[in-house]
Design a protein around this ligand. Structure first.
Ligand code: FES
Length: 154
């Protein structure tokens, strides 16, 4: 069940739109911000609150890759997996991350510190290769710079 604060936050968003479905991404983000991810139960509760079908909401969640449908680590690394970053060293960066963290794409470190995910273009192609850790964008990356950045996330 959505708690009172989640319901209040979602209701605040609803005030800006004529259609309840229009806030479905925001509603999932609100729940995810508080719980870390959107479980099947949470998805069902959000769908009920917004008077939409669970399948429709799940479809949106699947399409929108910043909604996590499985538990994630304390920090989520989203590595840009699009053309400019490919050209500018995506493979080296991804391999460095996989070795450094001991996990592959889609996985979480055993200490729950990091989850590693691919993402489409982050809109900073002139600074490729690029990744995000949580909401922070990191640009012009190489292995050394990446190591320093990761130290900042405990
Ligand atoms: S391709 Fe990586 S930021 Fe655009």
């Amino acid at each position: 069940m959505l708690n009172a604060e989640e319901q209040r936050e979602i209701a605040t968003e609803l005030a800006h739109y004529p259609d309840k479905k229009a806030v479905c991404i925001d509603a999932m983000k609100i729940v995810q911000r508080r719980r870390g991810w959107v479980s099947d139960d949470a998805l069902r509760d959000i769908a009920e609150f917004l008077e939409m079908s669970v399948d429709d909401l799940d479809g949106v969640a699947t399409f929108y890759n910043l909604i996590f449908r499985k538990p994630v680590g304390r920090h989520v690394i989203k590595v840009c997996d699009s053309v400019s970053c490919w050209i500018m060293g995506y493979d080296r960066l991804r391999e460095h991350l996989e070795v450094r963290l001991g996990i592959g794409l889609g996985e979480t470190t055993p200490d729950q510190r990091f989850t590693l995910l691919p993402i489409v273009c982050l809109g900073a192609c002139d600074h490729a290769p690029v990744l995000m850790v949580d909401d922070d964008l990191h640009r012009d990356l190489d292995a050394q710079k990446l190591d320093r950045i990761l130290q900042g996330y405990k």
